[in-house]
Design a protein around this ligand. Sequence first.
Ligand code: SF4
Length: 243
Amino acid sequence: MNPKSIPDPKSQRLRFKRRLVKWFRQHGRDLPWRQTRDPYQVLVSEIMLQQTQVIRVEGYWHRFLKRFPTLPDLAAARPSRVREAWAGLGYYRRAANLHALARTVVTDHDGELPQDPATLRALPGVGRYTAGAVASFAWEAAEPAVDTNVARVLRRAFHPKLPSGAAGEKLLWATAKALVPRRGPSAWATNQALMELGALICTARVARCGACPVQNACITGLAHPAGISRSNSTTRSRSRGKL
Ligand code: SF4
């Protein structure tokens, strides 16, 4: 790698972001939850996408929302009906948490999901990633959202020697925060684009650097123009799980 190819961190982030969002606008998948800003619908998609692939979630997401069109509808449902609607998707704890969340929101927040990520995080089953994702994807807030896909992309692009553990995680969140624009629609697009790149190009199994839109703004991409595969990759995760 030519060390001069990577500019200072701020310029690298700018270059990375411009190319990433441009690529996403041309190649991002037309997923149904990208067509809505309804906080409840976004929340359901985020909970379903934890540990589960997009292709499986699509059908469930539509059916679940048909059965429980609003958050108060879900709150009023019997637990057995919620479990039934989730049957086959797995990780039923998510359904129980989502149901408990809906009841808490009806009781404590007049049935409206709170916008503030810190308040969201106090709800059942909502961690730092989900709070950031819902704030960004529903309200277009300038919040970072770092799941396993995003963490992998950021690590390879900006911190390839990053140690695992709390200090490394903190740095990834700081990098994500520095990347997210202040303007709402751009913040939405940047977070979606990061996830899309991690799902389609910079995957746990292989980094297809030769086909990557941010290759010349990525430290790993410049060092390995032909890409890397799992045998020389240090990350494995693929879903919207915890870091
Ligand atoms: S250039 Fe390679 S390592 Fe960097 S983000 Fe793209 S696919 Fe991932």
